[in-house]
Design a protein around this ligand. Structure first.
Ligand code: GDP
Length: 356
């Protein structure tokens, strides 16, 4: 395993209700399924992995249009449940579990109350983000071309239509400025460290998705390498959902953001009644959807490494709560230390919830 190995950045999708978060995630997932041999897709629980080969294929047409970087990342892991309530739950000490975010804004409607809330959360947790100005197909007079880069589509539009779009984008830039962010349309951004990129997209037609994926991957690679160093140690993760599963009892859907978790590992899970110490009975991933003969919902795996979405089966999970940390204990001498760490994270979550 090389020293330089990077893990997949974890990406959250936020924005106002109905602005297209779910549709955008579906589009990204659909692209992945269409571009890979179905059997090769690794399914995750509560998250979708877009592997590098897919990002490279999707962004191929951009090579002639804008400078693209050679990807060293193994892919992008999108958290499947959009919305900032889940996002604000997924936190670790000093920050968020998501490394990056997409802020979805309906280009026709502009900023709405939940857009502002989402930006404030991102700012507070210092999560870099990209703005997807969604639903460009709804711009009066827009002629959609399925699945092409925005930079290709925009060349086919009348001048007045492009002007209309630019006015909508200026409005978004104004709203972002009020919240303290300098931004511009991505192809006019001069310095990605200082300015947010706004990517015009349509989750419905796929226009602009190549740029969105290229910019996310590029940003992660250029500015987050330190944070994305793959750690081989015991896993750290967060509970997304506590779920009853027939035949398995109470299970935890988790996002693992660091290290490795194995079947048989001792884990500490945060709860309001104090730390739960238990042992991983099984780790479950979904059966690939494409397996026509698959009769079971899950398959058992021996281990998963960050970044990953995995279901943990273990005894005594009834008191676990969404948003709680899950840490693997490397050996018994570490148990007390890990318990303390877990409870500190829980306290932070409670204190911050009080403030909100
Ligand atoms: P969410 O609440 O943010 O997850 O929004 P949804 O993804 O559920 O989208 C809300 C509505 O907008 C649905 O009817 C979608 O079909 C529609 N929608 C989402 N993206 C687009 C888009 O790019 N173009 C158009 N025309 N409609 C869209």
């Amino acid at each position: 395993m090389s020293e330089k190995r990077l893990r997949q950045p974890i990406v959250a999708v936020l924005g106002h209700v109905d602005h297209g978060k779910t549709t955008l995630l579906d589009r990204i997932r659909g692209t992945t399924v269409a571009m890979k041999e179905p059997g090769k897709i690794t399914q995750h629980v509560g998250a979708s992995l877009v592997p590098t080969e897919v990002i490279e294929k999707v962004t191929e047409p951009l090579k002639k249009l804008i400078p693209t970087v050679k990807l060293e990342l193994p892919g992008l892991l999108f958290i499947d449940t959009p919305g900032h309530s889940i996002f604000s739950n997924l936190r670790k000490r000093g920050g968020a579990v998501a490394d990056l975010a997409i802020l979805v804004v309906d280009v026709m409607e502009g900023f709405q109350p939940q857009t502002i809330e989402a930006v404030e959360i991102l700012k507070q947790r210092k999560v870099p983000f990209i703005v997807a100005a969604n639903k460009i197909d709804k711009i009066p007079g827009w002629k959609s071309i399925e699945n092409v880069p925005f930079l290709v589509s925009v060349r086919h539009q009348d001048k007045s239509v492009v002007e209309y779009l630019d006015n909508r984008i200026y409005e978004i830039m104004g709203s972002l400025a009020e919240l303290g962010f300098d931004s511009d349309r991505f192809d006019r951004v001069k310095d990605y460290t200082r300015q947010l990129a706004i990517v015009p997209v349509s989750a419905k037609t796929g226009e602009g998705i190549p740029e969105l994926l290229a910019l996310l991957a590029g940003l992660a690679q250029r500015y987050m390498k330190g944070r994305l160093k793959y750690v081989e140690g015991p896993a750290k993760g967060v509970v997304m959902e506590v779920k009853e599963e027939p035949g398995y009892g109470t299970t935890l859907d988790t996002i693992i953001y660091d290290g490795i978790i194995r079947q048989g590992d001792v884990i500490v899970v945060g709860s309001l009644e104090g730390p739960i110490v238990t042992k991983v009975r099984a780790l479950l991933l979904p059966e690939p959807l494409q397996e026509i003969r698959a009769t079971k919902k899950f398959r058992v795996v021996d281990e998963v490494s960050a970044a990953a979405g995995v279901k943990i089966v273990a005894p005594n999970l009834e008191n676990a709560v969404a948003g709680a940390p899950v840490f693997v204990v490397s050996d018994e001498s570490q148990l007390e230390k890990v318990k303390e760490e877990v409870m500190k994270e829980i306290e932070d979550v409670l204190i911050e919830t009080d403030k909100e």
